[in-house]
Ligand binder design. Structure first.
Ligand code: PLP
Length: 387
C-alpha cells in the first residue's frame, strides 16, 4: 500500500485490539471439548476480581444482564424508583424497567458527563430504592458523595462501570467502592470478549445469589454436574436466568486482561495528543481527568461549543468527508421513543441535552496510527479555520 492509499483509508471511531494469542486461547478451549461456562470463566472471574479489588466477580453474558442481576439481588422491584442518568447508553435505564421498577432520570455534571450527588438528590423520590451511577465514557463518577447521600436512606448505589475498566477513583480501581458494579466486554469498550459482562462488588452474599441467578438459580452448576459421573439432582431455588458467559469468551477475556496496562498507556498517550492539538482552539473542550480520578478515555469526547465556527453536525459531516468516522456523543435516553412518553420523573435534564447535542466522540483505539490521528486533528483544525 502506498502512503497516499493509507491516507485516504477510512478511520474508525473504535477497533478492538485482538491478536494471535486470543486465537490460540480459543483453539485451546475448542480442543478441550468444554466450550460452555466452566474453568476458563472461573479463571477470568478470579483475575478480574483481583485486578479490580473486588470482593467477588460473576461473569455474565453482557453488562446489560449484569445490571439486571444487580437490581434483582438488590431487591428492587415493582413500585420502586431507580435513579439513572438519561445521559447513558439505554441499557442503564432498561435495567430498572426489566425488574418492573420505574427509571427516574437524573441530570449530569457538565465537566464529567456523570451524575453527581447534587443531580441524584434532585431526582430522588420517596420510592427511590436504587441509583445506578455511570462512569460515563470511562470518566469515574464521584461515588463517595453519592453514597454519603444514599446509604443512610437505604438506597443501593449500583455502579455502571461498563466503560471504565482501568479508570481510577481516589487512587483505587473504579468499582472497588461499590456494593455492586457492572462491566462490559462489548467491542466498543476497553477489553472485549465479543459480548460479555461482569458483576462485581463488596457484598459477597449478593454475589452468591447473582452467581446462582445467572444459571437458572440451579443449586449445582452445570460444570460441577458434568464433573461427576453420577450427577447429583439439582434444584431450581428461584426463577433465574441464562446469563452465562462461555469458556470461549472467557479464554479471550483472560488474554485481554493481560493487555490492559498497554491499552491504557496507549489510550492516554493518544488522548494527550488530541488535548495538546485542541488546547486554545476556541469553542472546543476535550474530556479529561476529573480532580478525583483518572479516565481510560473509553470515549474521547469533544464538546463543540457556540464559539466554534461550525456546529457539531457540520463538524461530523466534514470529518466523514475526510474518511473519518467520528460519532455523535452519548445519547439521552429520555428522548428515545422507548421512554419519551413515559413518566420518568421531573428533574431538569438541561446539561444532558446540552452534552448530547454538542459533543462528538473522536477515533481512539490501541492501533490508531499517528498519521491517522494527524488526519483527524487536521480535519478538526481546518473546520476551525486554523490550517
Ligand atoms: C455499553 C454500555 C452498557 C451495555 O453493555 P453491554 O455489555 O453491551 O450489555 C451499559 N451501560 C453503559 C454505560 C454502556 O456504555
Amino acid at each position: 500500500m502506498t502512503v497516499s492509499e493509507t491516507q485516504v483509508g477510512r478511520i474508525d471511531v473504535m477497533k478492538p485490539w485482538l491478536g494471535e494469542e486470543e486465537a490460540q486461547a480459543l483453539a485451546d478451549v475448542i480442543a478441550s471439548g468444554w466450550v460452555a461456562q466452566g474453568p476458563r470463566v472461573r479463571e477470568f472471574e478470579e483475575g478480574f476480581a483481583a485486578g479490580q479489588d473486588a470482593g467477588f466477580a460473576v461473569a455474565t453474558s453482557s453488562c446489560t444482564s449484569a445490571l439486571h442481576l444487580a437490581l434483582v439481588v438488590a431487591g428492587v422491584g415493582p413500585g420502586d424508583d431507580v435513579v439513572v442518568p438519561s445521559f447513558s447508553f439505554i441499557a442503564t435505564a432498561n435495567a430498572a424497567t426489566y425488574v418492573g421498577a420505574r427509571p427516574v432520570f437524573a441530570d449530569v455534571d457538565l465537566r464529567t458527563g456523570c451524575v453527581s450527588a447534587a443531580t441524584v438528590k434532585a431526582a430522588l423520590t420517596p420510592a427511590t430504592r436504587a441509583v445506578i451511577a455511570v462512569d460515563q465514557g470511562g470518566v469515574p463518577v464521584d461515588l463517595e458523595p453519592i453514597r454519603t447521600l444514599c446509604d443512610p436512606l437505604g438506597i443501593v448505589v449500583v455502579e455502571d462501570a461498563a466503560c471504565a475498566i482501568g479508570s481510577r477513583y481516589r487512587g483505587k480501581p473504579v468499582g472497588s467502592n461499590a456494593e455492586l458494579a457492572a462491566w462490559s466486554f462489548h467491542p466498543r469498550k476497553i477489553l472485549t470478549t465479543g459480548e460479555g459482562g461482569m458483576l462485581t462488588g463488596s457484598r459477597k452474599d449478593l454475589g452468591e445469589r447473582a452467581r446462582r441467578l445467572r444459571e437458572h438459580a440451579m443449586s449445582v452448576s452445570a460444570a460441577d454436574r458434568h464433573a461427576s459421573l453420577l450427577a447429583p439432582a439439582e434444584q431450581y431455588l428461584e426463577i433465574g436466568f441464562n446469563y452465562r458467559m462461555t469458556d470461549l469468551q472467557a479464554a479471550v477475556g483472560i488474554v485481554q486482561l493481560g493487555r490492559l496496562e498497554a491499552v491504557l498507556r496507549r489510550r492516554r498517550e493518544l488522548a494527550a495528543t488530541y488535548a495538546s492539538a485542541f488546547t486554545g482552539v476556541e469553542g472546543l473542550r476535550l474530556v479529561g481527568d476529573p480532580s478525583y480520578g483518572i479516565t481510560n478515555f473509553q470515549s474521547c469526547w469533544l464538546e463543540v461549543g457556540p464559539a466554534f465556527p461550525v456546529g457539531r453536525e457540520d463538524l461530523l459531516a466534514r470529518l466523514a468527508s475526510d474518511g473519518i468516522s467520528a460519532r455523535r456523543g452519548i445519547m439521552a435516553a429520555h428522548r428515545q421513543p422507548a421512554y419519551a412518553g413515559a413518566d420518568t420523573g421531573t428533574a431538569e435534564l438541561g446539561v444532558t441535552e446540552w452534552l448530547s447535542d454538542h459533543t462528538l466522540i473522536l477515533p481512539l483505539y490501541h492501533e490508531l496510527a499517528l498519521h491517522d490521528q494527524v488526519r483527524v486533528i487536521d480535519s478538526v483544525l481546518r473546520a476551525a479555520g486554523k490550517s
